[in-house]
Design a protein around this ligand. Structure first.
Ligand SMILES: Nc1ncnc2c1ncn2[C@@H]1O[C@H](COP(=O)(O)OP(=O)(O)OP(=O)(O)O)[C@@H](O)[C@H]1O
Ligand SMILES: [Mg+2]
Length: 217
């Protein structure tokens, strides 16, 4: 089992930052309130080093998804500091909320549109990303004809094609059966270690903790 740490203000984080060691994900003193005034996060701090695979646990409604959305810039922080070293890819609990194109290859290529690459570069990025998640053979497959685990791997391939250095995964195995669940967590562990990525993975499933370096709750 990995070390499990409470999400809290950490003096060691402040010291690390003053020594200019860049964490891949640095959160310091972040609070978040909904417009109703309800607080979700209060003075939350954490630091994740480059190359770490970390997990985040917590009760329903404790603010895990809110924190991930703040890290991804999908919500605006109201207090404190958030620093992300490198482009961020987000993987949602339900891949049907994320995959927008009709086929696997087209979906991975879709995320590259804003980069204005040549057709050859797009093909090369898509091939490489699908190879990384062992889905190259399904490049022409319709999205609707994939399993849940394959859909999550397409979402991860999208982030890899965009050269994301940090993966944020919000309960990516919640809709998967136990075998696919373990396949996916192993795949992400292997990608993090082989490609030097950093990942923060939200889960309620304790069996997944065996695959991470550290966990927060
Ligand atoms: N758009 C919203 N407006 C107002 N309150 C919200 C909104 N989204 C979430 N909340 C509330 O914020 C709190 C934290 O929600 P969040 O989704 O971050 O929890 P979570 O830890 O991810 O829970 P779960 O384990 O169920 O996914 C909850 O009380 C939730 O009801
Ligand atoms: Mg959530």
């Amino acid at each position: 089992m990995p070390r499990v740490e409470p999400l809290a203000f950490s003096p060691s984080l402040a010291m690390k930052n003053s020594a200019k060691t860049a964490s891949a994900i640095a959160v310091e003193g972040v609070s978040f309130f909904w417009p109703s005034g309800v607080a979700v996060l209060r003075n939350c701090s954490l630091a994740i080093e480059p190359g770490e695979f970390c997990m985040l646990l917590g009760n329903n409604g404790s603010g895990k998804s809110t924190l991930l959305r703040l890290l991804a810039g999908l919500l605006k922080r109201q207090t404190g500091r958030i620093e992300m070293q490198g482009p961020v890819g987000f993987v949602f609990q339900n891949p049907d909320h994320q995959l927008v194109m009709p086929t696997v290859g087209a979906d991975v290529a879709f995320g590259l549109v804003k980069e204005k690459l040549s057709l050859a570069q797009v093909r090369q990025r898509v091939d490489e990303a699908l190879c990384a998640v062992n889905l190259q053979h399904l490049q022409r497959r319709a999205i609707y004809a994939l399993s849940g685990g394959q859909k999550q791997r397409v979402a991860i391939a999208g982030a890899i094609a965009q050269h994301c250095q940090i993966l944020l995964l919000d309960e990516p195995t919640a809709l998967l059966d136990p075998d696919s669940q373990i396949d996916l967590v192993r795949q992400v562990q292997s990608l993090v270690k082989s490609r030097g990525l950093t990942a923060l993975w939200v889960t309620h499933r304790l069996a997944e903790l065996d695959y991470c370096d550290r966990a927060f709750c």
